[in-house]
Design a protein around this ligand. Structure first.
Ligand code: ADP
Ligand code: MG
Length: 866
């Protein structure tokens, strides 16, 4: 261990520490495996199978298959077995796809680690950390593996996960020899996988990974994607219970009625089972969970990872997006634009023959001294760059000085100081930089000077520049003071940084406004800068602005009133975001809030949709959030709202379709029993229908593209149930329409003495056609079939074509015809079925067309509102 020769020397500069090479890391990962715990669940495929066995439809099919064997009707039995296998195949495919989507998400949302590979700092997935890697940790990070500290500034971790003790423990630096000891106790040099850095920074070398870590030995896994029941799932469970109860009662009645009236209990059972298969609402919860899981997957492709599934539902009903300015609306890529010293401005964009005038040199010099030697902060990077460009070969760059102490930025004082030891002298030289007010305070400006300074600050800020002030000091006494105020600072000047707005933000904000969403900008920056950026991106109103100080003076009621119209919050500290969230919630808004730091966590938790920044965000923020933004881009949030709306629309369509199609199936199974007609549907027919219905609702509707005006209507009212009265009414009408036509056909055919098999063939064919049309009509509630005809959802055409092909097979193959108890249909019969099928659904299409030419059936507010 030659990196740290003397553990007791406080090195403030970790830049000398180099890590492994990529090749070495790759080799170790290959040999020792990834840094992950063996998944507790495992056996994915087996689990899917077991899950399928529990599916009621599957069980009912199996039971009816058995009954057929008992009845000695082996052909029927085999055919049902075939269907069972087929349906199992589809289910398996769908479940596997869902499982994979969820698994991929789990990997992506798992903590990430900052490592030094070669000399580069790199963020990598936590599972790719190898033994021997050098990791960089700061406040809010989860430690990715067990490691020994090479360097640290007051690092403290919370090891309660391992020890149960909820006090944080202080860490010391490793001497390179001490062997790993158990967690717990202060002043040990080891940090442990899964624990949380609560304070300070550190650089550490990984000693063990994966199952060999302490947490791996205990075998306790951190859950990364929390399985939570969403409000819709809760609502769904209620509905399913009711439907199932009604269904089972009806089935019992059918068995008894059939048994008593016809004296044939076995066939009575079969009829009961058929009805049960027809009406048990087993698809509803399945559809919902598929939509949510695949929805999360779709959103992930826009750069937004889902940690809490309910967020997928809530997205579409968000009414306010509260976003950080720096990094989310802007790129957080700073360049120095203007300097200000003693009344003069210097514009770095204008090329000047003489280079930077001498007057501005100390400003840049101390700006750099008030930065990290290897800066991570974009402002400090920009300053360093200016120094390298404009101060090269001057006496103003001090690469050989030693950083001895840092005074960090605090919420009370937005300024930081660095104390340096010059290579020759014994004095300490101090560079300070920070918010102009804070630096003016450190320099003990009187009111008048502060006012004059403020004028210059405003001039820079009005151009949208982020303004910081720089000051210098000298210190000769032996003991460094404990606070920055005890230095005597001399004011040097102002630096104006440009942070370009992300491309596409203006458009996204316009989209938000037309979609009925507000956008609130939150920043620690100066109000004037915030206003200028607001103007640039088209946030309105861009004049009104509240500052953190204003917030402190206000009580909650006042804030709730003001926040109705104010959309810019400047000089706000993260702790105040919680108050903003609560005020918005009190006003009945559905709030999305972004954040990245430890102090943002409470606000992220409190918001309806907490969104953590993936690039900059700490693990604490990620864990508190429902969504993680991988590219930190505001436009991605708007894209995911759009997707959230689409997912919800499609879910509604799928459910509407399911409700509608169950009505004729249930009716046509039930009514003949009661009327002592021959049965229309046997288990085999129901199984056939499931072959269309299942993929239709899970695949077709899931993949349905968004409606045209999806971002032109206000957010969905989250308090309204999914199954509102209007939707129930429309679905029931659709279903009843089909049922009526079916009964008419069956009744008339029987009445005319065409025979049972003929009547059944006619009725079933009509039902299948009506079913396919029902899929077509429900895939848009806005446009008629003719308009959506061309909409490119390949799954729709596969299901329609597949359904028709199956139907053809059953009607024209003599063997299948026999098994389905059909007689041969003539072309005229087919035409009749087609006509009847079209008739049973077309009225809704006509209504759509008529309504959209007058007041749209789907008015712009809510597509299901009349
Ligand atoms: P934002 O919310 O826009 O990211 P921050 O909370 O990060 O703003 O910063 C708030 C203010 O604190 C900045 O406007 C700046 O004046 C000061 N500040 C932040 N980081 C630094 C730094 N590294 N050096 C000096 N001043 C800083
Ligand atoms: Mg910042």
């Amino acid at each position: 261990m030659n990196l740290i020769n003397n553990a007791f020397e406080i090195a403030l500069d970790p830049s000398g520490i180099t890590g492994m090479t990529e090749a070495e890391a790759a080799r170790l990962l290959r040999e020792e495996g990834f840094n992950e715990l063996p998944s507790a669940k495992g056996g994915g495929i087996l689990r899917i199978f077991l899950g399928m066995m529990r599916d009621p439809i599957f069980l009912l099919l199996a039971v009816s298959g058995l009954l057929y064997f008992v009845l000695g009707e082996a052909q029927e039995a085999w055919m049902l077995t075939g269907f069972v296998l087929f349906i199992m195949g589809i289910t398996f495919y769908q479940e596997h796809k869902t499982e994979r989507a969820v698994g991929a998400l789990r990997d992506m949302t798992s903590p990430r680690a900052l490592v030094i590979r070669g000399r580069e700092q790199k963020r990598i997935p936590g599972r790719e950390v190898a033994r021997g890697d050098v990791i960089v940790l700061s406040e809010g990070d989860r430690v990715p593996a067990d490691a020994a500290l090479l360097w640290s500034t007051h690092l403290e971790t919370d090891e309660s996960l391992l020890t149960g003790e909820s006090v944080s423990v202080r860490k010391s630096i490793w001497d390179g020899a001490q062997a790993l000891v158990q967690p717990g106790g202060d002043n040990l040099p080891f940090i442990f996988s899964g624990t949380l850095v609560v304070q300070g920074k550190g650089v550490a070398r990984v000693l063990s990974t994966g199952a060999k870590t302490q947490i791996g030995i205990i075998g306790q896994a951190l859950e990364s994607v929390a399985p939570e029941e969403t409000p819709l799932q809760r609502e769904m469970r209620g509905l399913v219970k009711v439907l199932a109860a009604i269904g089972l009662t009806l089935c019992a009645m059918v068995v008894v009625a059939y048994g008593l009236t016809r004296g044939d209990w076995l066939h009575g059972f079969l009829a009961g089972i058929t009805l049960a298969m027809a009406i048990l609402p087993n698809e509803f919860p399945v559809v919902l969970s598929i939509f949510l899981a695949l929805g999360a997957w779709r959103i992930s492709r826009k750069g937004v990872l889902t940690r809490r599934v309910p967020a997928v539902e809530t997205l579409g009903s968000a009414t306010v997006l509260c976003v950080d300015k720096t990094g989310t609306l802007t790129q957080n890529r700073m360049t120095v634009k203007k300097l200000f010293v003693g009344g003069d401005f210097f514009n770095l964009d204008d090329p000047t023959p003489g280079g930077l005038p001498e007057k501005f040199h100390p400003l840049v010099e101390y700006g750099i001294l008030a930065s990290q030697p290897e800066p991570f902060d974009p402002m400090e990077k920009a300053l360093k760059l200016v120094g390298e460009k404009l101060l090269a070969h001057t006496e103003h760059l001090h690469n050989d000085w030693r950083l001895v102490r840092e005074y960090p930025l605090t919420r009370q004082l937005l300024a930081l100081s660095h104390v340096w030891q010059a290579s020759d002298g014994h004095n300490w030289l101090i560079g300070a930089k920070g918010a102009p007010e804070a630096i003016a305070d450190l320099c003990h400006f009187d009111a008048e000077r502060a006012q004059v300074l403020l004028e210059s600050v405003k001039r820079l800020a009005a151009e949208g520049l982020r303004v910081i002030a720089v000051a210098q000091s000298r210190f000769t006494e032996p003991e460094l003071p404990s606070i920055q105020h005890d230095f005597t600072f001399e004011f040097l000047g102002l630096v104006g940084f440009a942070d370009p707005v992300r491309p596409g933000v203006s458009q996204s904000i316009t989209d938000c406004y037309s979609a009925g969403m507000r956008v609130i900008m939150i920043t620690g920056d100066y109000p004037e800068t915030a206003r200028a950026i607001a103007r640039e991106i088209g946030l309105s109103p861009s004049q009104e602005c509240l500052t953190g100080q204003d917030l402190e003076m206000m009580n909650d009621a006042e804030l709730e009133r003001r926040i109705r119209s104010v959309n810019i919050f400047a000089r706000v500290v993260p702790e105040q975001k919680l108050r903003l969230v609560n005020a918005l919630k009190a006003n009945g808004e559905v709030v999305a809030m972004t954040g990245d730091g430890v102090n943002d966590a409470p606000a992220l938790k409190a918001a309806h949709i907490g969104i953590a920044m993936g690039e900059r965000g700490t693990d604490v923020a990620r864990e508190a959030a429902a969504l993680v933004l991988t590219n930190d881009d505001f436009s991605s949030i708007v894209e995911s709202v759009r997707l959230g709306r689409r997912i919800f629309d499609n879910l509604k369509k799928a459910i509407a379709y399911l409700l509608a199609i169950h009505i004729p199936i249930a009716g046509i199974s039930l009514i003949p029993v009661l009327l002592k007609w021959p049965l229309v549907l046997l288990p085999v027919h129901i199984a056939f229908l499931h072959l269309i219905i299942d993929p239709a609702c899970s695949v077709v509707f899931e993949a349905e593209p968004e409606e045209n005006g999806i971002m032109k209507r206000p957010p969905r009212d989250g308090s309204k149930p999914l199954f509102d009265k209007k939707m129930l009414l429309w679905s029931s009408l659709q279903g009843l329409g089909i049922l009526f036509v079916l009964l008419a056909i069956f009744g008339v055919a029987l009445y005319r003495g065409q025979g049972e098999d003929d009547a059944r063939a006619l009725t079933f064919t009509t039902l299948v056609i009506a079913n396919l049309l029902l899929i077509l009509t429900n895939h848009s509630w806005e446009d008629t079939i003719f308009k959506t005809w061309k909409s490119g959802n390949p799954a729709l055409w596969w299901v329609l074509a597949g359904g028709l092909a199956f139907l053809g097979l059953v009607l024209f193959s003599p063997t299948l015809r026999n098994l389905f108890h059909f007689s041969k249909l003539h072309p005229i019969d087919l035409a009749l079925c087609l006509g009847a099928g079209v008739l049973s659904v077309m009225w809704f299409e006509i209504l759509k067309a008529v309504q959209s030419s007058r007041v749209p059936l789907v008015d712009s507010k809510d597509p299901y509102e009349l």
